[in-house]
Design a protein around this ligand. Structure first.
Ligand SMILES: [Zn+2]
Length: 502
């Protein structure tokens, strides 16, 4: 493509248009932009600062079309729209950007049901601490782990790509991300039931995540070997690349049932939810893992990590057994993908205080310490509350989750909360419904469950609970006789500012 040409991008305030504008500009092309919104309402205007891109806000003027040699329309605008007929300029599409402007850097992906963000954030921190720059999408307030964002992000400036790979449960999307970023390595944290609404069965869900394995080809795959679903998928997909397994040497605390890839229900002696020691008649069993964490001391936040060649002493600055798994995976990724020696990795681990919204201590009100945690699926809630129980004993849980796996998910979440918490304040519509029915079935629960407004069963917004419901829930929890309050769910994390208002 001729660098003197000017690309006119329509929709530069949307994620895709915004990323494409910066990719082209970084690679030396002339770029002008247009968006129907005003400058004040342009969601990602900040990301364009410093790029010397002229943006026409509002209806695109003739000048925009006259200046542009190519037009890049948003995917939502049909190609036969009248506007394109009026100005006869060649159209360059999202797929042309993906095809003609490759990522040209090593790309590593992180996927799984839980721990993706913590793993991605920590691996990037280790990179930055060692002078390696990962490409960033710079879209404020966007998680950006799905659809075309990771694919475009991998094409922005940087030494490496470290990408969180998510899905809205749609088959094909994860595979496309792996393919179109040219990913050469990846990590899978765990795979547990979630998003069952969209996909029907656990196996269908697991298969969507399995695209990550099948599309990685001959790449390097770092996985939690204590997760039977991951290990089963690797076997089923006949993966040809290198598999590196990790695990944690701890006594199992409970037994959970999980569906094996062969279709059998198998018992998992769980170290954390869904992961531990397993054996299936089809031959699938916990492997001897390549990297194992031992001597775990959660109070002092230390553990030993046995690599294939040496023993490391790891000091961490976050809590919980699930973080021992997360950190172990990251150490391997930093060593194998970023090619860093362990002594350059461990100091970054020791100074990592976690991602905001993960077991995050927000404030102390009237002598009561309030935490928020983003956990919003059954496995995530179970894992995190178990850790709170170990660390703090009694606590009150405020539930702001409305599960994506529907009523079964809401019930599973509620049961975990019931198991680990002293008091329960259901603040989301879904949890109030479940709690209401549970109390009806067992009136003794009246002493532990505190319903807010059971008359209002309308789901508000997509977050599970509204700002008002989160505030009400925490207020109620502060009136109960318990010194630790844990507010779980996306809504609690999003609206944590209400805690300061209290
Ligand atoms: Zn099996």
């Amino acid at each position: 493509m001729n660098k003197n040409k000017t690309f006119g991008i329509i929709g530069v305030c949307g994620a895709n248009g915004n990323l494409i504008a910066r990719i082209l500009k970084q690679r030396g092309y002339n770029v002008i932009g247009n968006d129907l919104s005003s400058k004040e309402d342009c969601r990602f205007a900040k990301a364009l600062e410093g790029y010397d891109i002229e943006v026409f806000y509002g209806e695109a003027p003739e000048e925009f079309f006259e200046k542009a040699d190519y037009i890049i329309p948003p995917a939502s605008l049909p190609k036969d729209a009248a506007i394109f007929k009026k100005f006869d300029k060649p159209i360059f599409e999202l797929y042309d950007v993906i095809e003609k402007l490759k990522s040209e850097k090593p790309v590593f992906g992180i996927t799984g049901t839980n721990g993706k963000t913590t793993t991605t954030t920590l691996l990037k921190k280790i990179a930055y601490d060692n002078g390696i720059k990962p490409c960033e999408h710079d879209l404020e307030g966007m998680q950006g782990n799905a659809e075309f964002i990771p694919i475009l992000q991998s094409r922005l400036d940087g030494d490496v790509g470290i990408l969180e790979v998510g899905t809205f449960g749609i088959p094909g999307t994860i595979g496309r991300i792996v393919r179109d970023t040219g990913m050469s390595g990846g990590l899978i944290t765990n795979i547990t039931p979630d998003h069952l609404n969209d996909l029907g069965s656990f196996k269908d869900y697991a298969n969507v995540k399995g695209e990550f394995i099948s599309e990685l080809g001959f790449g390097q795959l770092i996985v939690n070997g204590q997760d039977p679903t991951i290990m089963g998928l690797i076997r089923e997909m006949d993966f040809k690349g290198e598999v590196i397994t990790f695990g944690v040497d701890e006594l199992p605390e409970s037994v959970g049932m999980k569906e094996c890839v062969c279709g059998n229900e198998i018992a998992v002696k769980e170290i954390i939810s869904g992961c531990g020691y397993y054996f299936c008649k089809c031959g699938l069993t916990t492997p001897q893992v390549d990297y194992i964490a031992t001597n775990i001391d959660l109070k002092n936040r230390t553990f030993d990590l046995h690599t294939p060649s040496e023993k490391l002493t790891v000091k961490m600055n976050v809590d919980g057994l699930h973080n021992v798994y997360n950190i172990t995976g990251v150490i391997i990724a930093a060593h194998k993908f970023l090619n860093l020696p362990y002594d350059k990795i461990l100091p970054s681990i020791a100074s990592f205080s976690g991602v905001s919204g993960r077991m995050e201590e927000v404030a102390t009100v009237d002598g009561k310490t309030i935490f928020v945690d983003y956990a919003h699926n059954p496995a995530g809630v179970e894992t995190v509350l178990k850790e709170f129980k170990k660390l703090y004993g009694d606590f009150t849980t405020v539930i702001t989750v409305s599960s994506e796996s529907g009523e079964t998910g809401d019930k599973d979440i509620f049961n975990s909360v019931l198991k680990y918490s002293k008091f329960i304040v259901p603040a989301s519509v879904a949890s109030q419904k479940v709690a209401f029915n549970e109390i009806k079935a067992n009136s003794e629960l009246n002493d532990r469950i505190f319903l807010n407004h059971i008359d209002d069963f309308e789901k508000t917004g997509t977050l599970g609970a509204s700002e008002e419901e989160v505030k009400d829930g925490i207020k109620k929890a502060l009136n109960l006789d318990c010194d630790v309050v844990v507010a779980i769910g996306e809504a609690a994390t999003k609206f944590k500012k209400v805690i300061f208002e209290l």
